[in-house]
Design a protein around this ligand. Structure first.
Ligand SMILES: N[C@@H](CCC[C@H](N)C(=O)O)C(=O)O
Length: 313
């Protein structure tokens, strides 16, 4: 199998061009290539396919072989792959995923290759209790919605945001759950895949946070029958958030694009940051902004090719 290893802010996947040939057993291949001792070493596998509905289709698998519906860091790398390898000459590319079509704006570097990409990640869905709430439904309550966000921006009134959202949707923004004997406030946001956002104290050293001990307990918690990606967020100020992430199916990764978007949304709704902020992850920075008119979340960040090769599968 011919492959290219790429990463977006340190979130690394093995990419395979399947526009001409199918790959059998992608789940098994994902497990094999992801192994950091006996394989290529990655957080999973991403297949680039042709599409009838968009320019390309992205299919992603976690390191344990499970399938994810969306991958924010992965989709930027797919944009880089298709442009750098001449599969398209467009710098605005539509890529279909199991979570719908995403539009990418590719930024070309001085070497003529894609350096960064900005992606319209679509509208978040708030998953509170058992009531999934599509943010776009709030368009019907546009005045309230605008008010919530301007209040959150100007005064950081999280209670106002929570109360107003509760009134229009019966949803709760943050919920208390017990995880491995501790009580955590978790905000559920879906960006096509499920995320639970938890806040850490300002004064801890986030790099020393023992994510490998608590992460698996969130991932397999009974509140999340399909498992969950968990983001641990430290609010630095209204424009800067530190983040560590435990991904379902891959464990700790150096970055998670959908997770960064979900975290920005959760932190705005909890009244603790502006609608545009930089997420600082172990593998680099992602700039996230939430367009309050359309409800769409935008993510901008790097895409890097590491090496290409062949492997027997
Ligand atoms: N790293 C990704 C998300 C990958 C999928 C996730 N683990 C899931 O199963 O939902 C990103 O950058 O968004």
């Amino acid at each position: 199998m011919v492959f290219t290893k790429m990463h977006g802010a340190g979130n690394d996947y093995v990419y395979v061009d399947c526009t001409k040939e199918e790959l059998d057993n992608p789940s098994e291949v994902a497990i094999k290539v992801s192994d950091r001792h006996t394989g290529i070493g990655s957080d999973g596998l991403i297949l680039i396919k042709s599409s009838d509905k968009a320019d390309f289709f992205m299919e992603m698998y976690n390191a344990d072989g499970s399938q994810g519906k969306m991958c924010g860091n992965g989709i930027r790398c797919v944009g880089k792959y298709v442009y750098d390898n001449g599969l398209t000459d467009k710098t605005t590319v539509n890529i279909d995923t199991l979570a719908g079509i995403k539009i990418l704006e590719l930024n070309i570097g001085t070497d003529g290759k894609v350096a960064t990409a900005k992606v319209n990640m679509g509208c978040p869905v708030l998953e509170a209790a058992d009531i999934p709430m599509d943010i776009s439904a709030l368009k019907d309550y546009k005045a309230v919605y605008k008010d919530i966000l301007s209040n959150a921006k100007d005064t950081g009134l999280s209670k106002v945001a929570v109360k107003a959202l509760s009134e229009v949707t019966n949803a709760v923004v943050a919920e208390k759950i017990e995880v491995n004997g501790g009580i955590y406030e978790i905000t559920g946001v879906s960006m096509g895949n499920p995320h639970g956002i938890v806040y850490l104290d300002k004064d801890i050293d986030i790099k020393k946070f023992a994510i490998e001990q608590i992460g698996p307990h969130f991932e397999s918690h009974m509140a999340f029958p399909e498992r969950v990606n968990t983001e641990f967020i430290q609010v630095v100020d209204r424009k800067n958030l530190n983040m560590r992430v435990w991904e379902r199916g891959s464990g700790e990764t150096l970055a998670c694009g959908t997770g960064a978007c979900a975290s920005l949304v959760a932190t705005v709704l909890n009244g603790m940051c502006d609608i545009d902020a930089t997420l600082h992850l172990l593998g680099g920075d992602l700039n996230i902004s939430w367009d309050t008119e359309s409800g769409n979340v935008y993510m901008e960040g790097p895409a890097t090719t590491v090496f290409t090769g062949t492997i027997e599968i």
